[in-house]
Design a protein around this ligand. Structure first.
Ligand code: C2E
Ligand code: MG
Ligand code: MG
Length: 669
């Protein structure tokens, strides 16, 4: 018999007799109930406060529907068990049961089932309440509460890595993948990195997370290598706490070794803040790992405490421009300048630049124009589980390759008076340009972001922004463009200033002469194309230099590995030779030509073996005879020589003969 249980029960039934019968059934099953009966809505609402342990409701009520009872009960507490008792069960009742409106249905002619159903539901409700209280506590608790859950998730390998492609902007090909941790918790739901990474960083969990990520990434790299993607490089984010810990070099080495991954297949991303206060330690760890061939990227660049002084000390391969600069680089001249400056600085250090968070075609085009090397962002691909990323590994290019050939000559005319723009267009169209027109600065910037404009011709007097101010912005964002202003004589002072500070290349006066303006624009395009070609060549040179220095490093590492392997083999040989020399018997190695190539001390001293001379000239005739017999027999032959038993064994087999081994065992042994 189940343990005695005491329940506060609410019975919704129009019949007092039926209710008593229900209660009696429960008492017989050892459930003591303190029950109340209600039959209308007002009574129901009163009786739900305080909430009973369970509600049993008749399906056929004259004044209420079971659906309404369910609504009222779950409004008070969705976990409260509601069991419906009915003469028969129709389709609607079945559907309500399936949809979870009632916890159970008990037929009136099978009331004996009621106690067990009630017990089960009360117990389940209790469990559900406790669980949701725990979840609520974790959800609303300070982030500290996440720590134990994260610790468990890491220990039980319940986190996952998603991978986001990095694309080479020059070739359009996939250049690498960044591994990003994902946490889908059965209780907490999806916890984003922005919540759990800071929690990890506050404790030693950062190190656990780092080790986990390194192992998970290396396991995946090994799998992809096995599938033929040997050139793929995967980046793993390591927190500052882990990176400055004693174990970091060992942790990286252990993960690489466990899965047989080559160091060059792994890149580690650290942020600038990792280095603050720990530069020496971090640099030492970086150098040790870089010497083995591991790559390094400096993440979120521009958001931390950057200092050129330390950048030079770091063995960096990539600098990642933070998303916040990329986001507005096509609208805000300041951000465009920052991105360009970072690129110039990184290139001067021989480091590649990755732009993070590319979401629009305009950003992609702008980054290509400023010779950014690599791009990462939702526009190209979102982080995804390995199986989804694999589709990209097979494609020859993720985006089209950069078009460095002669692009169409594109001219942008900015003028607030549409008829002036139209007549300029008419004059210049005959020279075969693609002509874009804008009525103001904002529209002009938009067009510049979308198209590769070579020459900009702007009116000086415009209502929202002067032409020279507009062109100052254009210079900051697209310094390669050739910028010209169209002005009346009255504005000459400000225009001259703009020419002097480099924002404006030439100015043209209104009214203009058609031939003169055509010649000027033609010159401007020639100027643009020359500077573009110069830039392309120096960029090619720079990229070749970066590739070359990486190849050099790889070669050096290869040579170092080979030397190490040879030294190991030599050491083994020396040990083997020493062991042979200590043997109280003769061991002689003879090559296929019959030359003694090796002999131990005993063979030299007692038998006269002389390495470098033919067997026939240094050893007694029996040995030569034995060799002849062994060659013919292709196996092992024996003979006696004075007080020695001599064994001759063929080495290497018939298909690949490698000479013979002569062993002379003295009779005394
Ligand atoms: P992060 O290393 O800078 O990674 C790039 C973040 O930007 C990722 O966020 C990525 O999903 C997001 N992202 C990429 N493209 C776009 C885009 O076009 N638009 C927008 N809005 N976002 C984009 P996620 O995965 O949420 O990671 C956030 C940060 O958490 C990472 O920033 C990294 O600092 C950290 N993190 C992630 N996984 C790990 C890990 O395994 N270990 C450590 N220590 N940190 C990690
Ligand atoms: Mg990163
Ligand atoms: Mg980043």
């Amino acid at each position: 018999m189940p343990p005695r249980q005491s329940l506060r029960l609410l019975i919704v039934d129009s019949s007092d007799a039926d209710s008593r019968q229900l209660a009696a059934t429960l008492t017989r099953a050892n459930i003591e109930c303190d029950w109340t009966r209600v039959e209308d809505e007002a009574g129901l609402l009163r009786a739900l406060d305080p909430l009973p342990d369970a509600v049993v409701c008749d399906y056929h009520l004259p004044e209420l529907t079971a659906a309404r009872v369910s609504e009222a009960v779950s409004a008070r507490d969705p976990e409260c068990p509601l069991i419906v008792v009915s003469r028969q069960i129709d389709d609607a009742a079945g559907a309500a049961l399936i949809n979870g409106r009632y916890r159970d249905f008990v037929r009136k002619d099978a009331l004996a089932r009621l106690p067990a159903a009630l017990r089960r539901e009360v117990q389940a409700a209790e469990t559900r309440r406790r669980l949701s209280a725990a979840i609520g506590q974790i959800r609303s608790a300070p982030e500290d509460a996440l720590e134990p859950a994260l610790r468990a998730a890491i220990a039980q390998d319940r986190l996952a890595l998603h991978y986001q492609p990095q694309v080479d902007l020059h070739s359009g090909r996939l250049a690498g993948l960044e591994a990003l941790a994902r946490w889908e918790d059965p209780v907490l739901g999806t916890v984003p990195p922005s919540r759990f990474i800071p929690v990890a960083e506050r404790s030693d969990l950062a190190i656990e997370l780092g080790r986990w990520a390194l192992r998970a990434a290396c396991r995946q790299i090994a799998h992809w290598t096995h599938c033929g993607h040997r050139e793929l490089r995967v980046s793993v984010n390591l927190s500052g706490r882990h990176f400055t810990a004693d174990s970091v070099v060992e942790d990286v080495g252990a993960a690489l070794a466990e899965f047989g991954v080559e160091p060059r297949q792994l890149q580690i991303e650290i942020t600038e803040n990792t280095l603050v206060g720990n530069v020496e330690r971090a640099v030492a760890a970086m150098r040790r790992l870089a010497a083995r061939g591991v790559h390094f990227a400096l993440d979120d660049f521009g958001t931390g405490y950057s200092s050129l002084a330390y950048l030079r000390q770091l063995p960096l391969h990539e600098i990642k421009v933070d998303r916040s600069f990329v986001a507005e680089m096509t609208q805000r001249a300041e951000d465009a300048v920052i991105v360009r400056t970072i690129i110039a600085m990184a290139h001067s250090l021989g480091v590649r630049v990755v732009a993070e968070g590319i979401e629009t075609e305009a950003q992609l085009a702008a980054l290509r124009r400023v010779r950014c090397d690599l791009a990462q962002g939702y526009l190209l691909a979102r982080p995804a589980p390995p199986a989804q990323v694999e589709a990209l590994l097979a494609v020859p290019a993720v985006v089209p390759a950069a078009d460095d050939g002669a692009a169409e000559r594109t001219l942008l005319i900015v003028d607030d008076e549409p008829n002036i723009a139209a007549s300029l267009k008419r004059v210049l169209r005959q020279d075969g340009y693609r002509i874009l027109t804008a009525e103001g600065a904002a529209e002009g910037y938009e067009l510049l972001a979308k198209h590769e404009v070579g020459v900009v011709l702007s009116d000086q007097r415009m209502p929202t922004m002067s032409g020279t101010d507009f062109l100052v912005g254009v210079k900051d964002m697209y310094p390669n463009t050739v910028r010209m202003v169209l002005t009346g004589f009255t504005d000459l002072e400000s225009v001259t200033a703009a020419v002097n500070n480099g924002a404006v290349y030439k100015f043209l006066t209104k009214p203009w002469e058609d031939d003169l303006i055509r010649a000027r624009i033609k010159d401007a395009f020639a100027h643009y194309e020359l500077s573009r070609e110069n830039e392309r060549l120096s960029d090619e040179l720079r990229r070749a230099n970066v590739d070359l220095s990486e190849m050099n490093v790889a070669l050096e590492q290869h040579a170092a590995r080979k030397t190490e392997a040879l030294e190991r083999q030599l050491a083994i040989l020396q040990v083997s030779q020493e062991a042979l020399d200590r043997l109280p018997l003769g061991v002689i190695g003879v090559d296929v030509e019959g030359m003694v190539v090796t002999a131990n001390e005993y063979a030299v001293a007692a038998l006269g073996a002389a390495p470098g001379t033919p067997v026939a000239s240094c050893l007694p005739g029996e040995f030569t005879e034995l060799l002849r017999r062994a060659s013919a027999a292709d196996g092992e032959v024996r003979a006696e020589h004075g007080s020695h038993a001599v064994i001759c064994r063929s080495m290497g087999g018939a298909s690949r003969p490698r000479g013979h081994l002569l062993i002379a065992v003295p009779a005394s042994l």
